[in-house]
Design a protein around this ligand. Sequence first.
Ligand code: UFG
Length: 334
Amino acid sequence: MAEPAILVSGGAGYIGSHTLRHLAAEGRKLVVLDNFVHGHQEAILDEGITVVEGDLGDPAVVERVFSEHEIGAVVHFAAFINVGESVRDPLKYYDNNTARPLVLLAAMQRHGCKVFVLSSTAAVYGEPEAIPLVESHPLQPVNPYGWSKLMLEQILRDCGTAWGLRSVCLRYFNASGSSGDGLIGEDHEPETHLIPRVLLALTGEADKITVFGTDYDTPDGTCIRDYIHVNDLARAHALALDHLLGGGESVACNLGTGVGVSVREIIDAVEEVTGKKVPVEFGERREGDPARLVADPSRAKEILGWEAGKKDVREMVESAWTWMNGPKKGHFQK
Ligand code: UFG
């Protein structure tokens, strides 16, 4: 019998496309479902991947995918990710990130597909009570984006109880970097993330970087985050699939390095890697930013056998810079 395929929703997005490439390199059979609202056709590089253009909230499209292909597992990325926008337009986030995946889950239930890997987020924890964050930390998001993902995590647990779905919820910290060969990388519209924004201030696409707040209770007054390389994230999805396909139990795991890096340290790393002076402006705090978010990644190591390969933020900056200067110069065709 032919090997069942893995359905990757949102496989043309930033983390989705890196994961897709990793899974393709492992020789896995892959089907992508992407509506290309934020995803990029050009980010799907490997031949032999079936690409279905459509929305995971469209019952007809999803049913067609499951009837035309034997789907053995789903890796679900497709989601909106802009925290500020989620505060301004919560329904957009609950619709796309929480409600539409129900269509996918219903198709999985109908077709007896019981393995699900979720692209989740550290935003499910909200304001940390203690650092580093462990998975047993209270789950109290401070924005609709975090809630939209946490609700989906809960839905997966309930489906586990009801019909035996097994899931791994991967709670990413700050995804960064690129494939390293200049072919795929981070290209969000609008770009809100720190590392690409600092680099855009060097390529001339932005005139400067504004540091959001210098009066936090941290050693240099700027926010501390745990930056994790996108290729390390990609590898974690493959290990999560292996865990579940090998009969493993449902689990939620943090994906981070365990190393906290401040905004000022990111700017220093950019200057060191590029040899260029970053034009910086010091501004007000951005609403909703916790002072520190750092993962305790030990559960992912214990259960999935996963550990970050790149832990020095200069490596993340270097690979993001490669993408900014590569053949696509940091942008897919619009
Ligand atoms: N920052 C600046 N200037 C900028 C952009 C960001 O100073 O122009 C600062 C932010 O205030 C924050 C840090 O850089 O302190 C990192 O900000 P990002 O926007 O890059 O990332 P966040 O930590 O806010 O968000 C990330 C993901 C979210 C996720 C969140 C918590 O992008 O999807 O982590 O897990 F919800």
